[in-house]
Design a protein around this ligand. Structure first.
Ligand SMILES: [Ca+2]
Ligand SMILES: [Ca+2]
Length: 218
């Protein structure tokens, strides 16, 4: 009985506790200066492997020799995890010639939307989009993406966090030069329901009582 309980009750409790108390170490999962340019093809995004905790993506976008470098990548959030925050990293420069903001979007599925699609249906195909830049460094923009259903060209919108599933991101800057960007996709375990916590706490107390010669399990 205790062996089964260890996996059904104690394991998720321990997972949640470790996630709560563990320090948040930065972890770079994709660096274009090392791993190469993220796919510029909306129909074939790069796959980026993510895990619980920090998932930093560092890249460049903008124009190189007059050609826009779009960056598309797909992540898979497994069952039991969820995307809670997207933090803009200090390397983000934005367009330092004009308005210092760049485009980012997220949508469901493993492919992006053809960027030549008319603006309204393009926006409607996205879960959310946002214009980010140096002013957002250290800030969470996942909630901004989620609120883009309120914009003039509305996306679908969503409430944070984003649960298990396959998602494709698109990052783009149309500046005449290349700019740097960095985002940290922060993934956390889905919290254990309160009822399971109470059940687990009760069993732990029961187990201690039994070991001390107190209350016996029938
Ligand atoms: Ca690219
Ligand atoms: Ca790039």
């Amino acid at each position: 009985m205790y062996k089964a309980l260890r996996y059904t009750v104690f394991a998720p409790v321990a997972l949640s506790l470790s996630a709560f108390f563990s320090p948040c170490f930065a972890s770079v999962v994709y660096d274009e200066s090392i791993n190469g340019d993220l796919s510029t093809d909306f129909s074939n995004p790069s796959s980026v492997l993510i895990q619980a905790g920090s998932n930093q993506i560092l890249g460049t976008t903008g124009r190189a020799d007059g050609v826009v470098d779009r960056d598309y990548f797909t992540i898979t959030i497994p069952q039991g995890l969820r995307l809670t925050r997207i933090e803009v990293l200090p390397n983000t420069t934005g367009d330092n010639i004009d308005t210092p903001i760049s485009f980012i979007s997220v949508q469901t599925g493993a492919t992006g939307t053809n960027p030549s699609t008319a603006q309204a249906p393009l926006a409607a195909s996205l879960l959310g989009y946002y214009l980010f830049g140096p002013a957002d460094i250290g800030q969470d923009i996942l909630d901004n993406l989620g609120q883009s259903n309120q914009l003039f060209l509305p996306a679908q919108g969503f409430t944070t966090p984003l649960g298990a599933g396959i998602y494709t991101f698109w990052v783009q800057e149309t500046a005449v030069n290349l700019i740097n960007y960095g985002i940290d996709l922060q993934v956390q375990p889905v919290p254990v329901p309160a009822a399971v916590w109470l059940f687990g706490s009760g069993l732990i107390g029961l187990f201690r009582s039994k070991k001390s010669g107190g209350l016996q399990v029938a």
